[in-house]
Write a protein that binds this ligand. Structure first.
Ligand SMILES: Nc1ncnc2c1ncn2[C@@H]1O[C@H](COP(=O)(O)OP(=O)(O)OP(=O)(O)O)[C@@H](O)[C@H]1O
Ligand SMILES: [Mg+2]
Length: 360
């Protein structure tokens, strides 16, 4: 298993179910040997896209290639891909060993060779001693590892994972995130992971494709999609965003000069070519400071009034009315004696930490 192969190219792929376009002209290049996540709300087409890559659905239009070779007309077992399903889909009438060896039996690998490879992967996945159990004698996490072992034993170039953690409880889920991430880093094969959970996507991925209604809205690193969302959908689907419609007055040296309430401020723009008269200013709640007095002039200061707040343990979340709109601010908590802000306050943020969405 090396990381020089396993690059997926999806070119203008469309999939219809009757009148519904479940996938609408999706083009994506999934780099080899990376952990890539398809992130989007329920029904946006994530499973449909994964199933087309695995070979369980055929695209109506477009092409899917692996390392430069078209695979969209090949049967699933000839694609060098393997899929882990949300409910694991273990065969209940087969033992763990038989489940894991299944793909090799289909490929007519000799009995001795199957035994050897099943032993190796049982060991690799930390499943020693469980080979003769039935699936219903395993915990959820063990079943999940058997499902992974069954997929990995065929040595796929691309492993497709459809929400594999959604059946696990919160604590175990968090641990499995790191297990999957480190598994990918050990194997160095391409992982294409599907989830609707943004924190999972941010925590695990090298790259994220944010999907909505059958289309890819944005491709980027976790930090890019969080801090530089391309549109209002991505900004609000990933985390919480204060979005403000602003007037663009002029642009200069990669900056846009905008009007926000009575302030004129300069914010960075990555793509000034798409900049019109109006734009959306996106300020994340944790980048705003709340205080009693104005902060220094390098910051944008807005006078406001606390509407309500909620103590959430590690932070206090405030809702503040300022400049005629409601703002959400997250302040890290300072310990047991902290007094929350009430009444009149000042909000401030650094303009260079704000992000301008130009497609407003
Ligand atoms: N076999 C099918 N026949 C008809 N419609 C389908 C079929 N499979 C999926 N769809 C529809 O296509 C759209 C995309 O479905 P898909 O299962 O890909 O969404 P998803 O992003 O995986 O959602 P979830 O997060 O809920 O799993 C949905 O509107 C769904 O109802
Ligand atoms: Mg799905």
């Amino acid at each position: 298993m090396t990381n020089t192969t396993g690059e997926l190219q999806i070119d203008g792929v469309t999939k219809r179910f009757g009148p519904l376009k479940a996938i609408d002209r999706v083009t994506l290049r999934i780099p080899a040997g990376r952990f890539v996540t398809l992130l989007g709300p329920s029904g946006c087409g994530k499973t449909t896209l994964l199933r087309m890559i695995a070979g369980f659905y055929e695209p109506d239009e477009g092409a899917i290639s692996l390392d430069g070779t078209r695979i969209d007309h090949l049967p699933p077992h000839q694609r060098s891909t393997a899929m882990v399903f949300q409910d694991y889909a273990l065969f209940p009438h087969m033992t763990v060993r038989e489940n894991i060896g299944y793909g090799l039996r289909l490929a007519n690998v000799s009995r001795a060779e199957i035994e050897r490879r099943v032993d190796t992967i049982l060991d690799f996945m930390g499943l020693n001693g469980l080979g003769d159990r039935w699936p219903n004698q395993l915990s959820g996490g063990q079943q999940q590892r058997v499902a992974l072992a069954r997929a990995l034993i065929i040595e796929p170039k691309v492993l497709l994972l459809d929400e594999p953690l959604s059946n696990l409880d919160a604590n175990f889920r968090e641990r499995m995130r790191w297990e999957l991430r480190s598994l990918q880093q050990r194997l160095k094969i391409t992982f294409l992971y599907v989830t609707h959970d943004q924190s999972e996507a941010l925590a695990m991925s090298d790259w994220v494709a944010v999907m909505n209604a059958g289309r890819v809205e944005q491709w980027g690193t976790p930090r890019e999609i969080y801090h530089a969302p391309r549109g209002a959908f991505v900004a609000t689907f990933i985390g919480t965003a204060n979005l403000r419609e602003v007037r663009v007055m002029r642009r200069e040296n990669g900056q846009a000069v905008i009007a926000l309430a009575e302030h004129t401020i300069s914010v960075p723009v990555s793509d000034s070519s798409s900049l019109g008269d109006k734009a959306l200013l996106c300020v994340r709640p944790e980048l705003i400071t709340i205080s009693r007095a104005c902060q220094d002039e390098s910051r944008v200061n807005l006078r406001g009034r606390v509407i309500r707040y909620a103590f959430l343990g590690h932070i206090t979340r405030y809702w503040v009315e300022a400049a005629g709109e409601e703002w959400i601010i997250d302040q890290p908590d300072q310990g047991p004696s902290e007094q929350p802000y009430e009444g009149d306050v000042t909000l401030s943020f650094l303009p260079q930490q704000a992000h301008l969405i130009t497609e407003a």
